[in-house]
Design a protein around this ligand. Sequence first.
Ligand SMILES: NC(=O)N[C@@H](CC(=O)O)C(=O)O
Ligand SMILES: [Zn+2]
Ligand SMILES: [Zn+2]
Length: 344
Amino acid sequence: MSKTLTIKRPDDWHLHLRDGDMLRSVLPHTARDFARAIIMPNLVPPVVTGADAAAYRDRIMAALPEGADFTPLMTLYLTEDTDPEDVAKAHASGLVKAVKLYPAGATTNSASGVSDFDKVAPVLDKMAEIGLPLCTHGEVTDASIDIFDREAVFIDRVLDPIRRAHPDLRVVMEHITTADAAAYVKSNDSNLAATITTHHLVINRNHILAGGIKPHYYCLPVAKREEHRIALRQAATSGDARFFLGTDSAPHTDANKLLPCGCAGCFTAPNTMSILAEVFEQDGALDRLEAFTSLNGPAFYRLPVNDTTMTLTRKAPSYPDHIDTPEGPVTVFDPAMPLHWRVA
Ligand SMILES: NC(=O)N[C@@H](CC(=O)O)C(=O)O
Ligand SMILES: [Zn+2]
Ligand SMILES: [Zn+2]
């Protein structure tokens, strides 16, 4: 009999589902393995108001396969015109679980994001008062800053000043990619956590650039040097409650990835749990997989842990190398190593 591992059903604390045909194509892959997910609001146009989030939640629920057990946790896209009262109302009704900060121009569909951080101070004050977390895409957009340094510079120039000005604000540093970010999280005892993606535990920048350019490994923040990947592995597998899974599964069609100016994002929804079990087993930390995928996130978001479970079996998984969508094929993230665990 093969070895098995049973954990509380996981959640994904950072997910892109898109809309329309793409939503219908990718949602079943997440809903199969995850009970809940924090849904990113970077649609075109973005999900800015409580009314936008309610309508988007309805479209997600309508796209769910029959019998699926999945709850989308909605977010609002912070703009310089966001109304603090609308945010408070959307939170009070239970609809919205976080507000997302995109520095304008930092990533996919971030044009409506924030340029002047002073302008959003009233919203941040309100969020601190009501305990609503801020999720950050933590990269500066200053063209003079090297792209591999943009996360570390964001911490110094933007995040730390925001946290000093709003000490009660609860912040999730999304998809961290550096030892600097992991150390910043560890140096703070409260109101700060970070999500780590599946792919940043597996790839470093060589995967993207050595031996030919690999657009399917290009995402933002871009993968860094090996020493940073090691620091992320240490943070994720340590059991430290301040680190939890946010896959950042970000589907783009192959046609949009394989361009002279291709889109950023890795699509990891179909094989994330198999990859994570492999990673945690390699690091002798299978007993801490559950903390990373199923316990630490709910604790930070002040939500109950799921009462259902997931069983993984030590058996090679099968997943497609791409999925077909009405918009065209979407390549599934290739972990570039053999996998030995499948979701039962
Ligand atoms: N991570 C990515 O490379 N892309 C995300 C945006 C984001 O999370 O920054 C996307 O929406 O495609
Ligand atoms: Zn991002
Ligand atoms: Zn993302």
